[in-house]
Write a protein that binds this ligand. Structure first.
Ligand code: SAH
Length: 345
């Protein structure tokens, strides 16, 4: 089988080059063309001798995702639908901020975590993505941008639970931050998890990355109702892993908290959240629930959202109300489901 080069880390691509009879540095050179310079063919790698390029053609694939559709929201958010080689779909969302672009990428086709409020959950897990498929979302979207591909931040907040696809996600992050790879600062990459505690602990040891936790409730009963994973790793275990997580300098853990009317938005919920997060370097993102078809829950009123935020602020937490972008094209948090478009492709 031909090698899929975009998923290889520095050492692997060097070893691969050596196996082909080349010098190790050729591996790094190829990697820099693919990831750093977004090359789409061996042809373009003009500082590599023609004879070697032919050898590469014969022994490696430059993998692609098939872009099925790109939608643009009235707020400038762009959603990309990609088809994988085996016919599954994933989505990525490019979000304009005041002075930068954030790219939200998927780590799995579908998801097994079964959170009640999330559309991706409804399709179940189709499969894990390969590291190259994770990286490829970034490469293809950068290539399609008219500002020269200046994606500033990457968030693993698309489809799937990144820590359930640990090896591929860690490998992808290594290629994103590597100097001869995509050369992102690890400060610009955020991994969001529903709370797979043992893997959070391992992640902190393996790489440096910002961490976001989808918390969504401040007591076990409510959280287990919303997110079944909480029965396995309840709040006490989760928060203790957060306290032990080695954060990059002066960074905070982000806690995402969807506000759902009558479920988790009362004063007492905010107060519970305050005591849960006491002493943690925490930033709280408050997200009004994005409604989904058939979901028997609705977003909190703006009044209760402001009230909830007020309690957090009074207790010296950073708490930001995040209006999800791209709702008109189903690109907002929790609305990603490649399945919707399957009939159109
Ligand atoms: N599995 C990871 C990555 C997905 S991130 C995780 O759980 O963190 C998706 C984010 O969107 C999560 O913070 C989740 O809480 C949020 N989300 C999911 N459904 C939502 C909805 N209907 N409205 C608002 N936010 C939602």
């Amino acid at each position: 089988m031909k090698a899929d080069l975009k998923g290889l880390d520095t050492r692997e691509i060097e070893a691969w080059a050596v196996r082909l009879g080349l010098e190790a540095y050729r591996g790094r050179q190829i990697r820099h063309w693919l990831l750093g310079r977004l090359a789409d063919s061996f042809e373009e790698m003009t500082d590599i001798p023609k004879s070697i390029r032919v050898l590469l053609e014969d022994n490696a694939n430059i993998s692609h995702l098939e872009q099925v559709k790109a939608l643009v929201s009235t707020d400038g958010t762009r959603k990309y639908l990609f088809k994988l080689n085996d016919g599954h779909f994933i989505e990525s969302v490019l979000i304009p901020e005041r002075d930068h672009w954030t790219l939200c990428i998927s780590s799995q086709a579908g998801c097994a975590m079964d959170c009640r409020f999330c559309l991706t959950a409804r399709q179940g897990l189709k499969r894990d993505l390969e590291a190259s498929e994770i990286i490829e979302q970034v490469i293809q979207i950068k290539r399609s941008m008219d500002n020269g591909g200046r994606v500033t931040n990457i968030v693993f907040m698309g489809m799937g639970e990144p820590l359930a696809n640990y090896d591929a996600v860690v490998k992808a992050i290594r290629n994103l931050v590597s100097e001869d790879g995509l050369n992102f600062s690890h400060r610009k990459i955020t991994l969001s998890t529903c709370g797979l505690v043992p893997r959070m602990t391992k992640l902190g040891k393996d790489i440096t990355v910002n961490l976001a936790i989808s918390l969504n409730a401040a007591d076990d009963k409510t959280r287990s109702f919303l997110m079944p994973i909480n029965s396995r790793y309840p709040l006490k275990t989760l928060l203790s892993a957060c306290r032990d997580f080695p954060l990059p300098n002066r960074r905070m853990i982000t806690f995402e908290y969807i506000l759902i009317k009558g479920v988790n938005d009362r004063d007492e919920d905010a107060l519970k959240l305050v005591s849960l997060l006491k002493g943690l370097r925490a930033k709280i993102n408050l997200i009004p629930l994005n409604p989904l078809p058939g979901l028997d829950m609705s977003p909190s009123s703006m009044e209760s959202i402001l009230n909830f935020q007020g309690i957090l602020l009074k207790n010296h937490f950073t708490a930001i109300i995040r209006k999800s972008k791209g709702a008109d094209i189903l690109a907002a948090c929790g609305q990603l489901s490649g399945a919707i478009s399957e009939s159109e492709s």
